[in-house]
Design a protein around this ligand. Sequence first.
Ligand code: TYD
Length: 209
Amino acid sequence: MKRGKFIVFEGTDGSGKSTQMKLLKEELSRRGIPVYCTHEPTDSPIGSVLRAALTGKIEANEHSIALMFAADRVDHIQNAVYGMEQKLKEGVTVLCDRYYLSSFAYNGGFVPLEWVIELNRPAMERLRPDLTLFLDVSVEECMRRVQRRGEAERYESCERQTLIRAKYFELFERFKETEHVVVIPSEARREETQNRVKRAALALFGEEL
Ligand code: TYD
């Protein structure tokens, strides 16, 4: 059976990943491509602890957060019940909201980046995305969207988001030989962004919009 494609969405908070992911799922399904949508942090027990830490419900330091993200990811890849590896093997295309570049861009700003990369080496070696779509929205627009949503998480301040966005671009340069990243300007109309996302993803299947 032909292996499914692994497509990751990245971006700063409020960049519209989940909306775009949903729209891409609809497009691929329409074309008869089986799709599974997922996200990190996951809904597994490790992911739930992470969410509680991110929203300040429980206290956790940046080192343990980075470790938990790496553990959540390994489980997300290999779990016998909901693991992404299994889905891909079954020919299902997996769309994932955030993956290891999020750990590098977010957690790598608090604890040594090289250490975070080492923690994620197992994921990088075992399951590299076929495509990473980075939804690029200015920090000002992201903050407006996040504020409208009315939930403030650990990393949602303007200064932090500016640093995170810059970090992403450094990472794209550093990993350009191994990571297939497409930057999608996402400030314009939603349909325009949507078409850019679809075009980049469909190319993986040899299809056109
Ligand atoms: P997410 O639910 O994707 O937030 P949003 O919908 O606002 O993009 O992610 C929750 C937070 O977790 C987000 O601020 C980014 C952070 N995060 C990390 O710090 N490291 C990671 O490895 C991942 C996957 C997310």
